[in-house]
Design a protein around this ligand. Structure first.
Ligand SMILES: Nc1ncnc2c1ncn2[C@@H]1O[C@H](COP(=O)(O)OP(=O)(O)O)[C@@H](O)[C@H]1O
Ligand SMILES: O=P(O)(O)OC[C@H]1O[C@](O)(COP(=O)(O)O)[C@@H](O)[C@@H]1O
Ligand SMILES: [Mg+2]
Length: 545
């Protein structure tokens, strides 16, 4: 890509020819998932082609690359696609918000077209300005007339507190801010596009749903079929698609977007990131995470009460976190009753000097009781050694984990039973589904509202193929690949994990020099790891399904 050192310049989408005989292209360009082809012929704009092969009418095929805008001092904007990238001569309309009594008094309500949000805000005098994302928010001009919009909403993957709030705020936001009345709920996740019922959504229908856990639309794993989904979008005349879900869902949304632009449709595809594990990179935090951490306190409190009521009592609490231990880490930091927190990112061992059993013995001798919090993905390699190794996957292709909570509880019991010197009483609490099936708390509700509004403003302004979320506190439009090619993980060489170690006073189980060596081997910049207060991202562990 060209870099121009003076004023900002656009490196517009480039089209590279490739073998049109492949009917479905999911190629990886520099580890970036740029797939598929779309019509290079702008005259097909808005016209249904319904050809789900990768060739256009001329038999020509292209691969889309992202829009990169470079500017002074190492400034880079990772821009998101726009409907006008693949449809020419689209009419625009004044944003109806300017006549909306609630919003019209807001000074500078509309976002400046040039506003961008920096991914990295800790900088040195001479460091490059780095990657930026387009700032979210309402624009002066919109690309849809209110009565032209036919939106749909779908929720996919596992549950998370706040799903209903996002649905509610999408429906109400579309209605109240943009006068949109046609919003369809797709039931049962991606497969609902072609195999389930749909439900019309109005402000009245969704009025109270934020007080309930789960999703009124239902959800599912698996059942993803690009052609059928896009056929359904096209057949129903849907032109704004709001897709709420985690990493898997966003990968699916990215492919739907590619297929839509390949067919030359005027359809905006918007992802709203959902993950209770907080494993989506780039964004500050995922909605529902705070609620989950708060709810986890109840389980930890119960474990603590049980443990301190008996001699040598041990309370074990298992929390969610398939590959990322954020819930366990934050729940531990918040509680202060936890003696040991085990997460997937920090390997541990049981036997011998410096091992978990030795630590338990020591802590019981000192305090007479202890609480252990373990994330579901922690210690999976130990389980695989002792239990028959299994490689089962769920319908979406996610690895199915062994129950580490039960396993570790049994291991601890067995260990102390074999050592006559200490009798222990262990209580195991598994609140995993209880912390994600509840309604979101107050702050998550507000966060969900902002996410929904940012998503709506982006779609109305003609942006497409993006995920929305806060980056350093400001909402931004983020290209799909940025959130799908890596996972956000706890960095155990970061200060947050050090705070945890210091608060529990547990052993780190690992040699710090080895950890730094391993992380460097992953090609992550050392300074970010050592200086940052936040966590960095590591390559995704999930294969495409
Ligand atoms: N690589 C992918 N391409 C297309 N669809 C995907 C991909 N990975 C997952 N999906 C679909 O996204 C949906 C949700 O994925 P899943 O991994 O279960 O949850 P989450 O989105 O919460 O991570 C499922 O319907 C699944 O089939
Ligand atoms: O029982 P399910 O629905 O497969 O959910 C279990 C998984 O869902 C999660 O809560 C989150 O996963 P997703 O974000 O992929 O939905 C994991 O922590 C957990 O392993
Ligand atoms: Mg996931």
């Amino acid at each position: 890509m060209d870099t121009i050192s003076s004023s900002a310049s656009i490196s517009t989408p480039r089209f590279r020819c490739f073998d049109p005989s492949n009917s479905y292209h999911a190629t990886t360009v520099n580890h970036r998932p740029y797939f598929l082809t779309f019509s290079a012929n702008p005259t097909t704009a808005g016209i249904s082609t319904r050809d789900s092969s990768s060739k256009d009418a001329m038999g020509d095929s292209t691969v889309y690359e992202p829009k990169i805008i470079t500017g002074d001092a190492g400034y880079v904007l990772e821009d998101v696609p726009h409907l006008t990238d693949h449809i020419s001569d689209l009419p625009t309309y004044p944003n109806p918000l300017q006549d909306n009594p609630s919003y019209s008094v807001v000074k500078q309500y509309f976002v400046n077209e040039d506003d961008t949000v920096a991914q990295k805000i800790v900088v040195q005098k001479d460091s490059p300005r780095g990657t930026h994302f387009r700032r979210a928010g309402p624009r002066q001009k919109v690309y849809f007339k209110s009565d032209e919009v036919h939106a749909c909403i779908v929720t996919c993957g596992g549950l998370c507190p706040g799903l209903n709030t996002v649905i509610r705020e999408l429906v109400c936001g579309l209605h109240h801010m943009y006068g949109v009345n046609k919003v369809l709920g797709i039931e049962g996740g991606y497969r609902g596009f072609y195999a389930r019922n749909t439900v019309p959504l109005s402000p009245k229908v969704v009025n109270d749903i934020h007080k309930r856990g789960g999703t009124i639309l239902g959800t599912s794993r698996g059942g993803y079929d690009t052609s059928k989904i896009v056929d359904s979008i096209q057949d129903r005349g849907i032109n704004q698609v709001y897709i709420i879900g985690g990493d898997g869902t966003q990968r699916g949304a990215s492919v739907i977007f590619e297929e839509i632009r390949r067919r030359g449709l005027k359809v905006a595809v918007v992802g709203i990131p959902k993950t209770i594990d907080n494993d989506i990179p780039v964004i500050d935090k995922s909605f529902g995470f705070d609620t989950a951490v708060e709810e986890a306190q109840r389980a930890i409190n119960a474990a603590h009460v049980e443990a301190e009521s008996v001699e040598n009592g041990i309370g074990v609490v298992k929390l969610m976190g398939r590959y990322s231990g954020f819930i366990a880490m934050y729940a531990t930091l918040a509680s202060r009753d936890v003696d040991c927190c085990l997460i997937p990112e920090s390997p541990f061992y049981l036997e011998g000097p410096g091992g978990l059993f030795e630590f338990i013995r020591k802590r019981l001798k000192e305090h007479g009781h202890m609480v252990i919090v373990i994330a579901e993905g922690a210690g999976q390699e130990l389980l695989c050694e002792s239990i028959r190794a299994m490689d089962q996957k769920d319908a979406s292709g996610n690895k199915l984990l062994q129950d580490v909570g039960l396993w570790i509880s049994q291991k601890i019991k067995d260990h102390f039973a074999s050592q006559q010197k200490m009798n222990i009483t262990l209580k195991y609490i598994d609140p995993t589904y209880m912390i994600r099936a509840i309604p979101s708390n107050a702050s998550d509700n507000v966060y969900c509202t902002l996410l929904a509004h940012s998503a709506i403003h982006g779609a109305m302004a003609g942006y497409t193929g993006f995920t929305v979320g806060p980056v350093n506190g400001r909402h931004a439009y983020i290209p799909f690949h940025q959130v799908t090619e890596r996972q956000n993980k706890v960095v155990i060489t970061d200060r947050m994990w050090a705070r945890l170690l210091s608060s529990t006073n547990q052993p780190s189980f690992v040699d710090p020099k080895q950890v730094i060596k391993d992380i460097n081997a992953d090609e992550e910049p050392q300074s970010e790891l050592l200086d940052g207060d936040n966590c960095i991202d590591t390559p995704t562990t999930k294969e495409r399904v």
